[in-house]
Design a protein around this ligand. Structure first.
Ligand code: GTP
Ligand code: MG
Ligand code: ZN
Length: 316
């Protein structure tokens, strides 16, 4: 039998077959995919083959094979620096939810996220959420950031999961696709999914409550079928983002605005740091490249970790 993984809780996987039936499946013994060292061998979105077992009148499945992944998005595990955690696979696009405050999302985080999406060729869309709560000054900041990222080529939408503002635009983008929702804990991923599809009634939580417990509200990634021919993956909030290992020369290629300028640099292997006649540095001086983007680039090159604390992925 073949199906798609809709949920993974560590040892059990919820798999939906092509004719719409759900099975609880597990893996037996060691199950490793060649080439990827990950803390989880199977992720939400994976297509798997499995065989059925009946024990005590209960039918469960044993996964025998993972079909090749079209793509996947990972975050590097904090404790095991060489290991990665696959958040989800076979996704068409990823929406990054951003809040300017409550909680704050910094450009270093946005940029790391975008680099990861570029590295895996996954379309990324930026959603600036909670615009119903912002004062004029904060709205100006949203406008500034949206203009910055639009100029690079990323679609940006200001939304309110609470009032429903611009949610129709988000829905339009989702039709016929598998979308993943990502962002810090508390930015409103689950709230947005509930606004899009109220019948799902996902658990959401006030920020103050979250802090008291030091817990994320959503603890496992999960895929849902929506009523308008769309699939959505809700994920637990991520705090820090370790970009997957990549060569220094590669990093700039995942900043689309740097990549476009690269051909004008004097050296074709230019790292845009100290080299003479560097088109990226020139664009930085004339404000055609944003300083925050350049700073994120240097941080990634220097291997600086973002404010890493443990999050749910490290406990799985
Ligand atoms: N005012 C306002 N509040 C919002 C909006 N979106 C979400 N919230 C609130 O923000 C809080 C956190 O929302 P959640 O949906 O639980 O956040 P999450 O991103 O799913 O968090 P994790 O599951 O922990 O990763 C809740 O109290 C929501 O009601 C919005 O657009 N406006
Ligand atoms: Mg949530
Ligand atoms: Zn250069």
């Amino acid at each position: 039998m073949t199906g798609v993984v809709y949920k993974s809780t560590g040892s059990w996987y919820t798999v939906k077959t092509l004719n719409g039936k759900f099975y609880q499946c597990r893996i037996k013994g060691k199950f490793r995919l060649e080439g990827i060292k990950s803390t989880n061998p199977i992720a939400v979105g994976d297509y798997v083959d499995f065989k059925l077992e009946t024990k005590n009148d209960e039918e469960t499945g044993v996964i025998t094979r993972i079909q090749e992944r079209k793509n996947y998005i990972v975050r590097r595990s904090v404790n095991l620096s060489k290991q990665t955690h696959i958040i989800a696979s076979n996704i068409d696009q990823v929406f990054l939810l951003i809040t300017v405050n409550n909680p704050p999302t910094y450009t270093s985080f946005i940029d790391r996220f975008l680099v990861t999406a570029e590295a895996y060729s996954i379309k990324a869309i930026l959603l600036f959420n909670k615009i119903d709560t912002y004062d004029e000054e904060t709205l100006l900041e949203v406008k500034y950031l949206a203009a910055l990222y639009r100029k690079i080529g990323y679609e940006c939408i200001g939304i309110s999961a609470k009032t429903g503002k611009n949610i129709d635009k988000v829905k339009q983008l989702m039709v016929d696709k598998v979308s993943m929702f990502s962002g810090h804990s508390g930015v409103g991923k689950s709230t947005l999914i509930n606004t899009i599809e109220p019948s799902l009634d996902l658990k959401t939580k006030e920020l103050s409550e979250q802090h008291q417990q030091g817990q994320h509200t959503t603890t496992f990634a999960e895929m849902f079928d929506l009523s308008f021919d769309a699939k959505i993956i809700d994920t637990p909030g991520i705090k820090g983002f370790g970009v997957v290992d990549m060569d220094d020369e590669e990093v700039g290629d995942f900043f689309p605005e740097f990549f476009k300028l690269k051909q004008d640099c004097k050296f074709n292997n230019c790292l845009h740091i100290h080299e003479p006649k560097c088109a990226v540095k020139e664009a930085l001086d004339s404000d055609d490249v944003a300083f925050s983007r350049y700073r994120s680039y240097i941080q990634i090159l220097e291997g600086e970790e973002e404010n890493f604390r443990t999050d749910n992925y490290d406990q799985e």
